[in-house]
Design a protein around this ligand. Structure first.
Ligand code: HEM
Length: 133
């Protein structure tokens, strides 16, 4: 019985910590935090290992955002939704591609390239928000 209770408690904990899908707002909030932290240290090669961990998190959130179509799309007439959803996915895929390039640059300790990629990500964020916020 004690074991059963422990098993139930553990599975409840794991659902609470890893379980349900987040909404787009929370996922984007995480992206904002991670990009800011990377941006603060991207020119410092001593921080590259930590920047790589942050960039992995940023990539995971971006992949999660891909499946979460914004309210500004789902509230459109149904005939307009497919084209807007496709544009959303395209812009998110471009974001993921830039993050993968950022990971490659950090792995090579190419901090000049990494800085350029962070600037491109900031621009992509502005473009995405211009279209969908
Ligand atoms: C690295 C790039 C990006 C970062 C760091 C980022 C960050 C953020 C942040 C901080 C928010 C505000 C969350 C809040 O209200 O607390 C947000 C919201 C949002 N972003 Fe992004 N974003 C990025 C790229 C994009 C792209 C490319 C798109 C669209 C293709 C996009 C679409 C949205 C939408 C639709 C919201 C509103 C979500 C809602 O409140 O339901 N973002 N983003």
């Amino acid at each position: 019985m004690k074991r059963l209770l422990i098993a139930i408690a553990l599975s409840a904990f794991s659902i609470a910590t890893t379980g349900f899908a987040q909404d787009l707002r929370s996922v984007m909030k995480n992206m904002g935090i991670h990009l800011k932290l990377i941006s603060n240290q991207v020119t410092d090669p001593a921080k590259n290992q930590n920047s790589l961990t942050l960039a992995d998190e940023l990539l995971k959130s971006t992949q999660e955002a891909r499946g979460l179509i914004p309210d500004t799309v789902t509230s459109l007439p149904s005939s307009e939704q497919p084209a807007r959803a496709a544009l959303y996915v395209k812009m998110i895929d471009h974001t993921a591609d830039l993050i993968q390039q950022l990971i490659d640059a950090l792995q090579k300790n190419d901090n000049a390239k990494a800085k350029q990629l962070v600037d491109s990500l900031v621009q992509t964020k502005k473009d995405g928000h211009g279209e969908f916020n």
